[in-house]
Design a binder for this molecule. Structure first.
Ligand code: SF4
Length: 356
């Protein structure tokens, strides 16, 4: 990405080799070093891109995200600290991330750079104490910290399998869409859904609480009415997608969710169910062929039913945009022209519908 850049090409844990290679490349005054590695005061840092900037240098942290996040700043600040402690003159620190506006095949502006020098500078005074605390923690015993929101925010902890494996059945983290694994409920002292009092939950969570506490399936009186929205014939549809950081198909942006597989179940009046499926094979753009197969699978359906109609509707809209004429004989009765999503309530089923 940076002309003349040279990669420190060694295993991530070959510390001595990486430090020596970085030193040699700095002496050679190459324009940029990828994965330049430094060690100062028991802190090791590998800089994604270290660019020459006049007599000094510029550090660039590359993230696969599509925007600058607050948690990126301490990351850059520690690198700045280590580089300066190693004697480098760092004039500027940047955060480079993907640009969602960029679309294949024009990838000229795939990345955006943001100047985070001031924010990283602002953290410098407190870093020595923070680093000392981290080193004390690493040298000490296993911390005895209860599971909580910190286990998944801002990132999922790699020790989740260990710390969360003994949680009881119906732990509050299993509550439907409980934010951050039910951290707020854990903080309030609740361990399982069985302990939760009525109120304060959304309709689906309340149904789940009732089911757990009564030990029976909850079938509410409004279910039959709610199901009337599903006008037959029905097609039950599910997509699988890939979201590539670097797009490879026409018109796609970073992380566009591109359908590569679908599964469609069609109930017949005699009670049998036909299954249609399609799976991409090979590196080519899957959308035209998938769209043709999808139209055939849904032919004649009055309602396309999806567990998450917002997602499946988005996939269908993407296919419609990418493949305006999905078949040689388009069927307006089948190709979805609008999507209806009904948020589940206490009287509606957990499925949602995309109207054909
Ligand atoms: S999962 Fe991670 S953050 Fe959570 S308690 Fe265990 S070690 Fe700490």
């Amino acid at each position: 990405y940076v002309p003349g850049g040279v990669l420190v090409d060694a295993p991530h844990n070959a510390f001595a080799q990486r430090l020596a290679t970085t030193k040699r490349l700095l002496e050679q005054r190459v324009p940029a070093i990828y994965e330049a590695s430094f060690d100062a005061g028991n802190v090791y840092a590998a800089v994604d891109i270290l660019e020459r900037d006049g007599d000094g240098c510029r550090l660039v942290e590359v993230k696969s995200s599509t925007k600058l996040k607050q948690e990126h700043i301490p990351d850059v600040a520690v690198q700045l600290h280590v580089l300066r402690s190693s004697g480098l003159d760092v004039a500027r620190a940047e955060l480079m991330h993907l640009n969602r506006a960029c679309a294949y095949p024009d990838l000229e502006d795939l990345f955006v750079r943001e100047d985070v020098t001031a924010a990283a500078e602002a953290l410098q005074p407190e870093l020595p104490e923070l680093i000392a605390g981290q080193l004390r923690m690493l040298a000490g015993g296993l911390p005895d910290v209860p599971i909580d929101e910190h286990c998944s925010k801002p990132y999922e902890c790699p020790f989740m399998d260990r710390c969360w494996r003994n949680v009881p059945e119906h732990h509050v983290s299993t509550l439907y869409r409980a934010p951050h694994g039910g951290a707020a409920l854990i903080t309030l002292g609740f361990e399982t859904i069985a302990e939760l009092p009525p109120g304060g939950l959304n309709a689906i969570q309340e149904r789940q609480r009732l089911a757990v506490q009564t030990g029976r399936m909850i079938v509410e009186p409004g279910l039959a009415t709610a199901l009337r929205v599903f006008e037959e014939p029905l097609a039950f549809l599910d997509f699988e997608t890939v979201a590539l950081a670097i797009p490879v198909w026409d018109g796609c942006h970073p992380y566009d969710q591109v359908p590569v597989q679908f599964s469609c179940h069609r109930p017949a009046p005699d009670g049998t169910i036909a299954h249609h499926e399609w799976l991409a094979d090979g590196p080519g753009d899957p959308r035209p062929e998938l769209a043709r197969a999808l139209v055939a699978a849904c032919r004649g359906a009055r309602t396309v039913v999806a567990y998450n109609a917002h997602f499946e509707g988005g996939c269908i809209r993407m296919l419609a945009d990418a493949v305006p004429e999905p078949t040689s004989s388009p069927s307006p009765n089948v190709w979805p022209t609008r999507c209806r999503s009904s948020a589940p309530t206490s009287t509606t089923p957990t499925s949602t519908a995309a109207s054909a």
